[in-house]
Design a protein around this ligand. Structure first.
Ligand code: KE4
Length: 428
């Protein structure tokens, strides 16, 4: 029996000082029950809690840890950068190096602006789209989560969805009146929204592979339809690749699916685990940003030298030719093993995967959008989650989150995970 007495004591103390005991809602385990463990350290594919337990980690700090935790190249880069100072608020060479890396990896990004979170990136990209087009309305999709900016917390995925109230209190109606929310994978709904709003739509923002209601993939032709509709109507196509950027391929989902958005949002991996966000795209759009243009955006710590150093180290390490083929191989092995485990246990599980992002839904029906995902049996997921945790496998503590495989995972981690899943599914 795993002991977590130190975690429990820490959580009790945390609850006194931090709302819900956590600094981000999903970490509180409220979607699966029980209490979170407190991590002491992380290394490679594993995290180690304060009670000395270790877990194979499929959360990967929600995406950034694609190389695994505490990668020596990242640690060394941060230590070296820290010796020169932790923040300048003055242009520094690392910002130029990061910008060149992003622009060279993602051809649609001619210019890029660094910020400090994915929320900032999407919030700023939307302001830029409105400023560039002179229009107000934005289309987003149910189940897609783009951070917690007011106008986007409308049927958001991730935490907001997990807690069953897709809209957030504290967001005035006026702040969301320009946000149109549509089902994902339904191009007809998008066409109708454009017809109903004529030339009022500034942009369409989406996760090209939604990873905040679990994981589901765009159906054939869907992304192409969005590209054509936005181009025909003078609206901008905004890919929120905070999660998929440098995750699904060096060029992100837009490389995998062969699309060219007008703007792209980044985060997570490009910071190597340190606070980061970025948004970039066509130069004619990006040049509308202050100080060049009339769209204001700023940030004290934007381009922070430590975040840049960590991100540069991560992106340079990912340039090894076989990184993504290795992740695909591990993902395919996990998918095959999990499907076999579910079949042998007679469990109704839909295992969705795109590269090294995955989600197992407890439902017999295919999951292609939020409505499908909502049919999953969350109580069974919670039991599965705890069964796996008891066997040293840490999955995302919510049915509506993605799992992530890193380059530090290997065949032995995958085998251990599949064996544990077979046991847990049989006992459910
Ligand atoms: P942040 O503001 O959390 O850095 O990024 C917001 C964001 C934007 N876009 C996408 C596609 C995202 O996945 C996210 C954040 N992802 C969640 C995980 N589902 C972060 C975890 C959390 O909120 O604690």
């Amino acid at each position: 029996m795993i002991s977590r007495t130190k975690s429990a004591a820490l959580f009790a103390e945390a609850l006194r000082y931090i709302p819900g005991g956590v600094n981000s809602p999903v970490r509180a385990f409220r979607a699966v029950g029980g209490q979170p463990f407190f991590v002491n350290r992380a290394q490679g594919a594993r995290v180690f809690d304060v009670d000395g337990n270790s877990y194979i980690d499929y959360v990967g700090t929600w995406g950034p840890a694609i190389l695994g935790h505490a990668h020596p190249k990242i640690i060394q880069a941060v230590q070296q950068a820290a010796g020169h100072g932790t923040s300048f608020g003055i242009p520094n060479p690392l910002e130029v190096q990061m910008a060149k890396l992003v622009c060279s990896a993602v051809p649609s990004v001619q210019k890029v602006r660094m910020c400090n979170s994915g929320t900032e990136a999407t919030m700023s990209a939307i302001r830029l789209a409105r400023g560039f087009t002179g229009r107000n309305k934005i289309i987003k999709f149910e189940g897609c989560y783009h951070g917690h900016a007011d106008s986007l917390l409308v049927k958001a995925g991730s935490g907001a969805l997990t807690f069953g109230h897709p809209d957030s209190l504290g967001v005035p109606e006026a702040f969301t009146q320009h946000t149109i929310v549509l089902p994902f994978n339904d191009a007809v709904a998008v066409r109708k929204a454009f017809e109903a709003n004529l030339r009022d739509i500034a942009g369409v923002i989406l996760e090209p592979v939604p990873g905040n209601a679990g994981v589901y993939v765009p159906q054939p032709g869907y992304l192409e339809a969005l590209r054509k509709l936005t181009a025909d109507c003078g609206a901008l196509l905004i890919f929120d690749e905070v999660m998929t950027g440098f995750r699904l391929a060096r060029g992100g989902a837009q490389q995998v699916f062969g699309l060219t958005p007008d703007l792209t949002c980044f985060g997570k991996i490009i910071g190597g685990g340190l606070p980061v966000g970025a948004f970039g795209g066509r130069a004619d759009i990006m040049d509308c940003l202050a100080p060049l243009g009339p769209v204001y955006q700023a940030g004290t710590l934007s381009g922070n030298p430590l975040a840049m150093a960590a991100g540069i180290a991560a992106l340079e390490e990912l340039q090894f030719a076989d990184a993504y083929s290795r992740l695909e191989k591990l993902g395919a092995a996990l998918e095959a093993g999990m499907k076999d485990a579910a079949k042998s246990a007679g469990a109704q599980v839909q295992f969705n995967r795109c590269g090294s992002m995955f989600c197992g839904y407890f439902t017999s029906e295919p999951v292609r959008n939020l409505a499908d995902a909502m049919k999953s049996d969350r109580a069974r997921f919670a039991k599965f989650f705890h069964g796996m945790l008891a066997r040293g496998i840490y999955l995302a503590p919510s049915q509506f989150e993605a799992g992530f495989i890193s380059l530090a995972h290997g065949e032995s981690e995958i085998d251990q995970t599949v064996r544990a899943a077979a046991e847990v599914l049989r006992a459910l």
